[in-house]
Design a protein around this ligand. Sequence first.
Ligand SMILES: *[C@@H]1O[C@H](CO)[C@@H](O)[C@H](O)[C@H]1NC(C)=O
Ligand SMILES: *[C@@H]1O[C@H](CO)[C@@H](O)[C@H](O)[C@H]1NC(C)=O
Ligand SMILES: *[C@@H]1O[C@H](CO)[C@@H](O)[C@H](O)[C@H]1NC(C)=O
Ligand SMILES: *[C@@H]1O[C@H](CO)[C@@H](O)[C@H](O)[C@H]1NC(C)=O
Ligand SMILES: *[C@@H]1O[C@H](CO)[C@@H](O)[C@H](O)[C@H]1NC(C)=O
Ligand SMILES: *[C@@H]1O[C@H](CO)[C@@H](O)[C@H](O)[C@H]1NC(C)=O
Length: 372
Amino acid sequence: MPFVLGAQLCVLIVFCYLTSIYGASTASCGCSSLNIPVHVDILIPKDPADPFGGLKSNASSLRHLNATYDVFGVFCQPNTVPPKNAGQFNDVVQLLFHGFTYTQQYWSPPTEEFRNYSYTAFACNRGMSTLAIDWVGVGLSSRPVNASDVQYATSSAVASNLAHRLKTTSILPGVRPFKKIIGIGHSAGSVLLNFGAIFEGARFPFDGLILTAGLIVQPTTMSGIPSMFTSARDDTPLRWGTLDPNYITTSNRSIFYPANTTSFSPRMLIFDTLTKDVGSLASLLQLGSNSLTAHYTGHVAKVVGSEDQALCADGRCADVAALNSVESVLWPEAKSFEVVVAQGSGHDMNLDFFADRPFNTFVDFVEQFTAV
Ligand SMILES: *[C@@H]1O[C@H](CO)[C@@H](O)[C@H](O)[C@H]1NC(C)=O
Ligand SMILES: *[C@@H]1O[C@H](CO)[C@@H](O)[C@H](O)[C@H]1NC(C)=O
Ligand SMILES: *[C@@H]1O[C@H](CO)[C@@H](O)[C@H](O)[C@H]1NC(C)=O
Ligand SMILES: *[C@@H]1O[C@H](CO)[C@@H](O)[C@H](O)[C@H]1NC(C)=O
Ligand SMILES: *[C@@H]1O[C@H](CO)[C@@H](O)[C@H](O)[C@H]1NC(C)=O
Ligand SMILES: *[C@@H]1O[C@H](CO)[C@@H](O)[C@H](O)[C@H]1NC(C)=O
């Protein structure tokens, strides 16, 4: 029996692994997977349900976490660079953070129905490199036995450590350290980057942040949300039966797509559901940590889909100017700040039929943020 369980698990993992690697590789893009050991020595809340993730805590409500994790990532760089971009992005890398219950594959799902959903390939076509990682606890990265170790303080420390490493050392033979790093997050991945920007302020080692599907979350609105999530070990016992029950997953992913079903492929939703992953309960309960002020001094952009059922259902995305003023208040020292509403897109703006519009927006921001 243990053998059968092991084999099933292996099949699932290999399936996810292969689809992610091949999904990212195109003629113009060379991709390699890698494992990067990352050490964190930090203070995290004793209470994983702390809505601010420890940002407002005193020492007595924090505990020490000293651990080394293997972080899985897919690094892609252009094989050929369009003449107009020659040399422009050689020293630039985009570090990509997926959302809750996703993996790095969010940035390069296999092309389907002749449409392109790979931001990694899109960026490569414009001469830009990417490193998309799995969060600690997720996908092929180390998974702490105790889900309470996976909080925003942990994940943002990993992000910061990785960014420092990309600027100082070579991550692969032949790949030089990078001079500029743009962090791009999706949903909880945006909250992760936002957390680091609050915690480290001007020291946060990213030159710019593109926070997609990451509008301010009020800590008080978090109480109703867990109903669409379920303990991963109950949801898929064969794959996750031995996990701490505080690793959770989605029971239904429709909310991540526009309500209008002509806006996305039903097969994408099926693929997305089949390849879903887990997240720690703490990273769901601490989403509201992005409602605090960040004294970060790099560039910041937020991109949200007008049809985002999770963030725009309250109508706040209709008036872009008003949205911009509400959101910009929390970034008083940013070099630049802008909110873009991507018309027609849903929460998972990379996975619907309008993906190329936000993709163009992301590369435009990368170009602006790295211009000398
Ligand atoms: C620290 O924070 C906890 C929880 O918010 C609170 O109960 C306690 O009084 C605080 N201690 C100090 C010394 O401020
Ligand atoms: C953290 O762990 C490392 C070994 O993994 C050890 O050398 C170091 O002293 C520890 N730091 C603290 C503050 O306990
Ligand atoms: C779609 O992908 C192909 C193969 O990578 C590429 O040649 C093409 O430019 C892409 N189309 C768009 C709109 O990005
Ligand atoms: C996880 O760690 C916390 C803090 O050390 C502890 O209170 C909790 O009991 C642990 N949970 C499990 C399932 O081991
Ligand atoms: C998921 O939720 C949507 C919207 O509420 C519903 O239409 C759909 O049937 C649900 N899917 C499943 C598999 O339960
Ligand atoms: C959904 O989008 C299609 C194409 O844009 C449009 O024709 C249709 O009216 C929309 N349906 C609803 C219910 O809004």
